[in-house]
Design a protein around this ligand. Structure first.
Ligand code: GTP
Length: 294
């Protein structure tokens, strides 16, 4: 174990394995070209880039790559396909008894070099992002919000869906610290983070935004769906007891301030509106959600 979250360990191990599989594939093709044996359907298929082990794995995880760097993820796709196209052309010619073209060989070598470089950069990004996780709750800290928000905003524009920014603030948290002590307060925050994370969909990121504040990017189709999600979250928090020790449990409530992100609005402006809605919810008695006026 690296000490990093298990999810990061799994992802980087899979990334290494996928790169290794591609290198083995390259060796196999080289061998076929030298001894002029048939490289197999998986190489000659025009969709080979989507059928190989790496291509399959990349497509299944493309969302994660895009979250890290959308432009570089698109480039991985393009150079990987260029690599496969070049090798298919080389193999086809060799099997017809002709020498492969130098231009194809150059494309293949350049694409492979760029692909390996891109993947190494992604690995660095994944590891540095893991270091940006809050050690208490294991939730991402605020560094990545800007990038994720822009991606989701673009996706909402493309799909004609909606993106809400929600700030979730624990109600009356100070008395918990004052009554039970800071370490218990820490454990309560930890448990709450796990409850919130479990209640949200996997593609709705949740960040530890501040001390006892969380930020949630909520993707939905309508205002009605956003209200339903907010109500569900309040109900989950309200009905999940938080153990303090062997005998005592607490019931927590949270208040949510939500704002619908405008198509071109920047994150700071949406957060400001969500924050105002949150204060409104606190003033109105807490344990509720308020959606900012458009
Ligand atoms: N244990 C613990 N406490 C924290 C942490 N971060 C912030 N806090 C505490 O969270 C409390 C926030 O208090 P307030 O802002 O007054 O809010 P509140 O008591 O939750 O009241 P309302 O938000 O108005 O409902 C403060 O006592 C902070 O010390 C943390 O990481 N661990």
């Amino acid at each position: 174990m690296s000490g990093l979250p298990a999810e990061t360990d799994r992802f980087t191990a899979e990334l290494d394995a996928a790169v290794e599989a591609h290198m083995n594939w390259t060796r196999r093709i080289l061998r076929c070209a030298v001894v002029r044996s048939t490289p197999g359907d998986d190489v000659l298929d025009p969709q080979a880039h989507a059928l190989c082990h790496f291509g399959n794995w990349f497509m299944a995880n493309r969302g994660q790559f895009e979250m890290l760097d959308a432009a570089a993820a698109g480039r991985v796709d393009a150079v990987h396909q260029a690599m496969h196209d070049a090798i298919r052309s080389i193999c086809t010619r060799v099997m017809q008894g002709q020498p492969g073209s130098e231009a194809d060989l150059e494309t293949f070598e350049q694409s492979q070099g760029e692909l390996i470089g891109l993947l190494a950069r992604f690995k660095t990004l994944i590891l540095s992002k893991a270091v940006q996780l809050d050690p208490l709750t294991q939730l991402p800290l605020r560094y990545g919000i800007e990038n994720d928000f822009r991606l989701y905003q673009k996706e909402a524009r493309r799909n004609r869906t909606q993106l809400y920014v929600a700030i979730i603030d624990v109600d009356h948290f100070k008395p918990i610290n004052d009554t039970y002590g800071h370490p218990v307060g820490d454990r309560v925050l930890q448990q709450l983070a796990a409850t919130l994370k479990a209640a949200l969909r996997a593609d709705e990121p949740l960040y530890r935004y501040g001390g006892e504040e969380f930020l949630w990017l909520l993707k939905c189709k309508s205002g009605a769906e956003a209200r339903q999600s907010a109500r569900r979250l309040l109900a989950t928090v309200g009905t999940t007891p938080v153990p303090i020790d062997d005998e005592e449990t607490l019931r927590l409530t949270v208040t949510l301030g939500l704002a619908l992100a405008g198509e071109q609005e920047d994150l700071a402006s949406v957060i400001k509106r969500a924050d105002l809605a949150l204060y409104e919810g606190k003033a109105a008695g807490r344990n509720r959600y308020v959606i900012a006026e458009g």
